[in-house]
Design a protein around this ligand. Structure first.
Ligand code: PLP
Ligand code: ZN
Length: 420
């Protein structure tokens, strides 16, 4: 793993060797999130943009030289990453925009962006010969860990709030995880997971604690650039809960910059649910992210409910250092975004997954983006993960007797369909 130079604490700047610490800076406990630092000269000497041309590897492993894993560690067989980036001209037109793409991470093996991070967690766990992996999650990180563990038969223990959507809990049970439904919030589950892992010696995947999750998530950024043939976007809209995805995209940008593969940074726009908007408020008040105090998070977008965003330092840097912004959207706006996105481009996302589109609608209204700009929005999780939320906005279909007469009667107010 000579491509990794060290792990640097975001608080004190202390640097540790890659094998010296597992998760956080010992001087700062859970607050001491580490950033993985690379030897870019070494990487450049072995790997270039042209090596990607025609590369057969249709997964995030096409970027293996830029990932913090040993070359000989076995990796789970499921295909993670290299998800489609769809041009969405009709959706763009509804907003008066000229260039819009949707990055569809609903199409990961367990149907969310989290597969990118959980995959790396498992490889790191294998590198230290861990026998059991654990995570706390609002649902998707757990489902991702659960499914990828199932693909190699690795035992895992999952802490999720009891309020997690049923489909996500079903994934955990079907994959055979040991599941603990916590009577409390995600933040309670997080703390209990860390405490238990210490007692039982499990490997910990937790977001904003395990430094390698950012590294898995950054691969989406590489893909966006490669799929746009290195002519990057002007802005990327990202749902933000703990802030790991947006921090990961920023990390990807910094990597590509350091390698000289790109010359300009797009603005990273973090979209939060207004009932879980700690980052948005801290950004508006120009606060130091270290000072953010926990709030009680409440939103229909369960995947982005986080009272104390675990990756707040990386998330704030992502927005500030790219000249981006945070936005807050209401649950109502998020719910409306689900059918709008689905009907505009054929991608059906869960509430958090569609919130990036809700954010884009707001950004257009407030002049945060210009019509000619090149915009990418992330769809981070499948709509099939939360059917009750989706059904709230679209109404119920007509139920009829099995006769042509009934069809005619039912189509009465939809005459245009008959003429096709
Ligand atoms: C986790 C998640 C998010 C938020 O990502 P963070 O890294 O917590 O900011 C958004 N959408 C979906 C579908 C998620 O699962
Ligand atoms: Zn430190």
């Amino acid at each position: 793993m000579e491509q990794v130079k060290n792990l640097k604490c975001l608080l004190c700047g202390h640097e540790y060797g890659p094998d010296e610490v597992l998760y956080v800076c010992p001087n700062h406990g859970t607050e001491g999130i580490l950033d993985v630092q690379y030897d870019y000269d070494l990487i450049t000497s072995k790997f270039s943009r042209t090596d990607l041309k025609g590369k057969g590897e249709s997964s995030l492993w096409r970027y293996k030289p830029l990932l913090p894993v040993k070359s000989n560690t076995p990796v789970p067989p499921l295909t993670v990453g290299w998800t489609p980036l769809y041009p969405a001209p009709r959706l763009a037109k509804t907003l008066g925009l000229e260039h819009l793409w949707v990055k569809d991470d609903c199409r990961q093996p367990t149907a969310s962006f989290k597969d990118r991070a959980s995959l790396i967690a498992i490889v790191k766990a294998l590198e230290v010969n861990a026998e059991v992996i654990t995570t706390a999650s609002t649902g998707n990180a757990a489902a991702a860990l659960s499914g990828l563990c199932a693909s190699i038969g690795m035992p895992n223990v999952i802490f999720v709030p009891a309020s997690a959507p049923e489909a996500k809990i079903a994934q955990l049970m079907v994959f055979g995880s040991t599941v603990l439904l916590i009577e409390g919030t995600y933040d309670d589950a997080f703390d209990l997971c860390l405490e238990s892992a210490q007692v039982y010696g499990w490997y910990i995947r937790n977001t904003g604690y395990n430094p390698y999750m950012t590294e898995g998530k950054k691969t989406a950024l590489y893909e966006i650039y490669e799929q746009l043939e290195w002519e990057g976007p002007d802005a990327i809209f990202v749902p933000v809960g703990d802030g790991c995805i947006i921090g990961g995209l920023h990390k990807g940008l910094k990597d590509l910059f350091a390698l000289g593969w790109i010359k300009k940074m797009p603005r990273l726009i973090g979209v939060q649910a207004s009932g879980s908007a700690a980052m948005y408020h801290a950004w508006k008040q120009e606060m130091d992210p270290v000072q953010i105090k926990p709030i009680k998070a409440s939103t229909i977008a369960d995947s982005m409910a986080s009272g104390l965003p675990r990756d707040r330092i990386k998330a704030m840097r992502a927005v500030r250092e790219t000249g981006g912004a945070f936005l807050a959207v209401t649950d109502e706006e998020i719910l409306q975004a689900i059918p709008a996105l689905a009907r505009g481009c054929g991608v059906f996302a869960e509430p958090a997954g569609a919130s990036s589109f809700a954010g884009l609608v707001k950004a257009v209204q407030t002049g945060l983006v210009r019509p000619e700009e090149r915009i990418v929005i992330l769809a981070t999780g499948s709509g099939l993960k939360d059917i009750p939320a989706a059904m709230q906005t679209v109404g119920k279909p007509k139920r009829i007797r099995a006769s042509l007469k009934a069809v005619e009667a039912a189509l009465d107010d939809n005459l245009f369909l008959l003429k096709r």
